[in-house]
Design a protein around this ligand. Structure first.
Ligand code: GDP
Length: 573
């Protein structure tokens, strides 16, 4: 009995997978996924039900699934980044798609790459970022911009999962973008796609044909085999994710590539995610600004405007903005200049306030978050496991410890970028028995990412434990300051009950915290709101003297009550 998947059935029915899933939900079949298998019989039942309910279902109901963005946006081309281990075929895949899926440019058009291109698939467009690898991917994210909608992880079927595959997986996971795995080089006789699936499954990425939800597509970037399936899956994921943009909406554009051109000056390629970028717009990107002189598409053709999902080369900026910078539209050149000047000032201040090396605790003492996010590097798998094990024994209630990435080898720029892109918690890079690449060191200093290296595992664990406790805020303890006994209670009109006391030990302080004890039982805690000696307001009264005092919010003071005054002090860690 032939079986088909929901997305295949949707195609057959001429509707979108998303709509089909929503319709099925309405028909009492919830929880369907795009990859759910149905038998021909079930498909027949679904067809029948759909036809029956056609009147009630049409027009397409408002989606019950929450939209990613609030404004009524239209589907737009998804932005795809390609990641994976070196030599696994990322560049070949991007070239293959470009070669076969980009409509031929105009004769004489500039053929050079602008850092991104758009492929045509069944009349729909997919935007590919041309710089493969997780370094570029995370570098952009580290600037606070998320340009990628879908990540394609390339794994060579002859080589399997390698160090950088795991790294890329962690980078994708940290970014929270959906992933499709392209199992590449299946044309090779030694290719073993099943082994790749097994390896990925053991890392928690179960292929959908094994009942999991990781899409894996066998391809050959070299011959083009399977590439259509990959593109189809990209469009399916884009549809399921509701990738959309509003051409009339607020401009959201991100620089993905930039360079200085001898003839044209600073050149930046931006991808528009929302809104429309137009020639003559005044824009700011980091400390670069300008009135757009010209916009060029991915084939070097001049275009007046670029809408959602479109990569476009921008000419007319004052300097070269780094990849990952957001491109914002402002009203006037004056406004642009003001923003740039403020940013320059902030940069200068940051440079000047660079502080000497602090302990980890000091460093984290001002941190607001309750989560420590780690990137751990060790010299071997064995030591890495030992570090993980040691960290797992640390207990600090109320704070979280998350490992963003754990790998073998020295601390690199890509580790720093991954940490710098963290938005949920305080990032921290730990090295065990490894060195820090000088470039990574420099970048970490620029971005304010702490790196600590250790040779003794105990030191590492102790430091992390202290750092975690620091995130909780200092532990406080009570220190007794003094004690007084209530000898008489006065009712003073307009004031209330005043306790006439004798100070038995220590000092009584105005504004201090006090606990009222009656026959040894605590009856109230509050603050000493007024303190007098005779008729005069005083700050403190010492042992052996008498005073009159009031406790804020406490009108029940009685003769014989004991007033214990205490302070809170930080417990050193
Ligand atoms: P990257 O480092 O991931 O960008 O890898 P490349 O795209 O540069 O590919 C590395 C090598 O693998 C090159 O020699 C490619 O020709 C080869 N290669 C890439 N994809 C395939 C494929 O599908 N089949 C075969 N046989 N070779 C491939």
């Amino acid at each position: 009995m032939p079986r088909k998947r929901i997305y295949e059935l949707a195609r057959e029915l001429g509707m979108s997978t998303r709509d089909l899933i929503l319709s099925l939900e309405k028909l009492g079949m919830p929880g369907m996924s795009a990859f759910h298998m149905v038998s021909e019989e079930e498909a027949e039942v679904i067809r029948g039900l759909l036809a029956e309910k056609a009147e009630t279902l049409a027009p397409a109901p408002a989606p019950a699934v929450p939209e990613r963005k609030a404004p009524p946006a239209k589907p737009r081309p998804p932005v795809v980044a390609v990641l994976g281990h070196i030599d696994h075929g990322k560049t070949t895949l991007l070239d293959q798609i470009r070669k076969t899926r980009v409509a031929a440019g105009e004769p004489g058009g500039i053929t050079q790459s602008i850092g991104a291109y758009q492929a045509q698939v069944d009349g729909k467009l997919v935007t590919f970022i041309d710089t493969p690898g997780h370094r570029a991917f995370t570098a952009m994210r580290a600037r606070g911009a998320q340009v990628t909608d879908i990540a394609v992880l390339v794994v060579a079927a002859d080589d399997g999962v390698m160090a950088q595959t795991v790294e890329a997986l962690d980078h994708i996971k940290a970014a929270g973008v959906p992933m499709i795995v392209a199992i590449n080089k299946i044309d090779k006789p030694e290719a073993n796609p099943d082994r790749v699936k097994q390896q990925l499954a053991s890392l928690g990425y179960i292929p959908e044909d094994w009942g999991g939800n990781t899409i894996m597509v066998p391809v050959s970037a070299l011959t083009g085999q399977g590439v259509d399936d990959l593109l189809e899956m990209i469009l399916l994921v884009a549809e399921m994710e509701g990738v959309s943009g509003d051409p009339e909406g607020e401009l959201e554009a991100i620089v993905v590539e930039s360079h200085m051109d001898q003839a044209r000056g600073p050149v930046a390629t931006a991808i528009v995610r929302n809104g429309t970028l137009r020639e003559r717009d005044v824009v700011v990107a980091g400390t670069a600004w300008g009135r757009i002189r010209a916009l060029l598409d991915h084939q070097g053709k001049r275009i007046p405007a670029a809408g959602p999902g479109t990569p476009v080369q921008v000419l007319g900026l004052s300097e070269v903005p780094p990849a990952g910078e957001k491109l914002a539209r402002v009203a006037t050149p004056k406004e642009a200049e003001e923003i740039v000047e403020k940013r320059r000032e902030a940069e200068r201040e940051k440079r000047l306030s660079a502080r000497p090396r602090l302990t980890l605790e000091e460093l984290l003492s001002t941190v607001q978050t309750k989560k420590l996010v780690l990137v751990i590097k060790a010299q071997s798998m064995g030591t890495l496991e030992a570090v993980r094990l040691e960290l797992s024994t640390i207990q600090a209630e109320g704070v979280e410890l998350e490992v963003l990435h754990a790998g073998v080898g020295q601390i690199t720029e890509s580790d720093v970028l991954l940490a710098a892109a963290e938005t949920q918690g305080q990032p921290l890079i730990l090295g065990f028995g490894v060195k820090v690449d000088p470039k990574a060191q420099k970048l970490a200093e620029q971005r304010g990412i702490p790196i600590r290296t250790y040779d003794i595992i105990y030191d590492l664990a102790l430091d992390v434990e202290r750092a975690l406790k620091r995130l909780l805020g200092p532990e406080m303890r009570e220190v007794k300051v003094g004690e007084a006994e209530v000898l008489r209670v006065f009712n003073i009109s307009g004031v209330g009950r005043v306790a006439g006391c004798a100070v038995r030990s220590g000092r009584i302080l105005r504004g201090a915290k006090a606990r009222i004890l009656r026959r040894g039982q605590e009856v109230f805690t509050g603050e000493i709101s007024s303190l007098k000696r005779f008729a005069e307001d005083v700050r403190e009264v010492r042992e052996g003297y008498e005073c009159g005092l009031r406790i804020q919010g406490f009108e029940d003071v009685q003769e014989g009550d004991v007033i214990e005054v205490y302070a809170l002090e930080e417990v050193p860690v």
